[in-house]
Ligand binder design. Structure first.
Ligand SMILES: [Fe+2]
Length: 289
């Protein structure tokens, strides 16, 4: 829990606050954009929640925060927020919450399916989530987009006897991974299609689920400050030019209706618009080379 002694001076007066341990990973603003602002170096409470719905989203952000920087002056009951994770986003896709410090607060997801459930990147390994995943049928595959966001994947793999999937060029982060992919081929596995998308890192992968849900890791995301889908120029560790080409290839994913990233925010895509959105993203990426 955050420490009131370290509360940021920018916080609006009231119960909830952000303290100076905040790493500005932006996830509080994904859960409660109307409540949390950005000082440029930290998140802060720009206004206090005004109703139960808003308070619930603040509490979800508090639990998701990877560094426990969100706190409350008075005692709060987190039961409802705790029970909301994993949060159902659509059909069989769930947002896990409990983002991990080790992945700089990347989002992770759970896919529930009759052929065996998937974890996409990893949240913290916590009894609450483990119990929930067990009740939802366990985990068959752990899909790891790239080396930055593996977090507690090894603990989940051990507990659920799951198969970790990662590219060889990223496998230094999970050398014991059960399925290490090589080269630039695509792979079909149950309802998932795995594609090689280097750029952010050298061996980055994305998962196209049921042809319409795209799990993009740190390759591509909705960027709230810029109000568009794109990649993060300042967080490209391998090659921006190669990342542009990897984004360009995603225009082939014609039926995508949701993008679920690690960093950046999830975003809905109007039907049949994804190729056009990709073209716009590529234009923008070329403009900031
Ligand atoms: Fe990354």
């Amino acid at each position: 829990m955050a420490n009131l002694k370290n509360a940021l001076p920018e916080n609006a007066e009231g119960n909830y606050f952000v303290d100076s341990t905040c790493i500005n990973c932006s996830i509080s603003r994904h859960y409660a954009p109307e409540i949390f602002g950005d000082t440029g170096t930290h998140a802060f409470v720009k206004r206090q929640p005004q109703n139960l719905r808003e308070e619930f989203t603040v509490q979800q952000a508090l639990l998701a925060c990877p560094v426990a920087s969100i706190g409350a002056r008075e005692k709060i009951d987190l039961t409802n927020a705790r029970e909301s994770f994993p949060v159902r986003m659509t059909e069989d896709v769930y947002l896990n919450g409990y983002n991990h410090r080790k992945s700089y607060g990347a989002h992770s997801y759970f896919l529930q399916t009759e052929t065996g459930n998937w974890l996409v990147d990893s949240p913290r390994f916590l009894p609450d989530l483990v119990n929930r995943f067990e009740a939802m049928g366990g985990i068959k595959y752990i899909f790891l987009t790239h080396s930055d966001d593996v977090a507690d994947a090894d603990k989940y793999a051990k507990h659920f006897n799951a198969i970790r999937i990662i590219h060889k060029l990223e496998s230094h982060a999970q050398p014991e991974a059960e399925l290490i992919l090589e080269g630039d081929d695509s792979h079909r596995l149950d309802a998932g299609e795995i594609h090689f998308t280097p750029g952010h890192t050298e061996g980055h992968l994305v998962l196209l689920w049921q042809d319409k849900y795209l799990f993009t890791g740190d390759h591509y995301a909705w960027d709230p400050p810029l109000n568009h889908f794109g990649s993060f120029r300042e967080h490209c560790w391998y090659s921006w030019d190669i990342q542009i080409e990897s984004v360009r290839k995603m225009a082939a994913f014609k039926h995508v209706i949701w993008v679920f990233p690690g960093h950046g925010k999830w975003g809905k895509v109007p039907e049949d618009q994804f190729p056009q959105i990709i073209n716009q993203s590529v234009k923008w990426m070329l403009s900031v080379r």
